[in-house]
Design a protein around this ligand. Sequence first.
Ligand SMILES: *Cc1c(COP(=O)(O)O)cnc(C)c1O
Length: 323
Amino acid sequence: MAERLGVGHVSLTGNGTLALMLAIRALDLRGEIITTPFSFVATSHALRWAGLTPVFADIDPVSLNLDPAAAEAAITPRTGGLLPVHVYGRPCALALDELARARGLPLLYDAAHVFGARATPALAGRGDMAVLSFHATKVFHTFEGGAVVSPDAETKRRVDRLRNFGFASETEVVDVGINAKMNELQAAFGLLHLDRLDAAIAARAAIAAAYRAGLADVPGIACPTPSALATDNHGYFPIRVGVDHPGGRDGLYRRLREAGILARRYFHPLISDFPMYRDAPGAQPDNLPVARRVAAEILCLPIFPDMTAADRDRIIEVVRRPA
Ligand SMILES: *Cc1c(COP(=O)(O)O)cnc(C)c1O
């Protein structure tokens, strides 16, 4: 996996959430951690499980990733680190790395979406540490699974110990570890899946191209373009359904559901809107105007390698149908 990711030090885990928890522990994060509200809820949950406080900052309107200026404005003496996400596998701004370095703050990347993107080696190696998810909804998966990318052999050894109850040898326990190991069946499945990954990404790319061609001229709908929402591992096909679209995003979502098509509103609600985060620092709606707008417009159309052309065309037809 290290070879495939193009990085030196990888620990495989039972899932991506455990990978986040291990990395948070290995980095010894403290206090308030600045993060994005526009992600899967596990990003903030992992902070709370470690007794940390997520602090929400707004996202960039083009990349949909944590906005470096908003992150900088959220820094206080209590800030103990940054946890941004490469959403849909698209790189976060390098200004985040510069900000972390300038302020001496640990930087952990949630790279759950990056596997298979052209930028994967660069993304998996960014920050002080990074974590990936190999859940079945991701481009590469082991049913459930994940990975922690460490910057050096010593950190990897610590992660490996934490992953295995803190054991340093048969009789020595040196850390308050947990059971976060990837099991052999997951690993075996992953090895089989790796052989098929390039073909799977090519099949996804063809579906994305067909979606783009079929939906280019629908009023109120913006498809991912190479310069904006596109991800080159095609893990997601996120469209923006603007307020000028008849029925709006939720109307289209319902029409698709009635036709048996399970589009997903990744990521709506925002993490900061869930009850356990509403009172967290930065969660106030007026602090997150870009994230709120995107969460109200985003819709991820189904995309998976085995999708038939007939299914794909039916989805295009339902999206094109006037509300
Ligand atoms: C999938 C995902 C996770 C959690 O990974 P699991 O393997 O499901 O535990 C964390 N963060 C993001 C951004 C994800 O998409």
